[in-house]
Design a protein around this ligand. Structure first.
Ligand SMILES: [Zn+2]
Length: 86
């Protein structure tokens, strides 16, 4: 799996963590993107369109995380997709 070919379905339980040079950061659940745009959509077009909600700049860094920062918008949603171990 490479970044160029990964689809949203491949990373459905992950989050996209975005940091801007202005200090703003945001965590976006991939599951939410898949519901809006379809699970076969590819990740790079979304990353290319990301803009900071505060200053409008392109993100400084974009990371995939399996557990977003505490207090991130939608954190409760992540708890709903937690998988049982046994
Ligand atoms: Zn910014």
């Amino acid at each position: 799996m490479t970044a160029a070919t990964v689809t949203l379905a491949d990373i459905i339980d992950w989050w996209i963590e975005v940091h801007c040079a202005c200090g703003r950061s945001a965590d976006v659940p991939v599951r939410m993107l898949a519901q809006r745009h379809g699970p076969s959509s590819r990740l790079p077009p979304f990353v290319a369109r990301l803009r900071c909600q505060v200053c409008g700049a392109k993100p400084l860094t974009v990371d995939l995380v399996d557990n977003p920062q505490a207090g991130a918008p939608g954190t409760g949603y992540a708890a709903q997709v937690r998988r049982p171990v046994a």
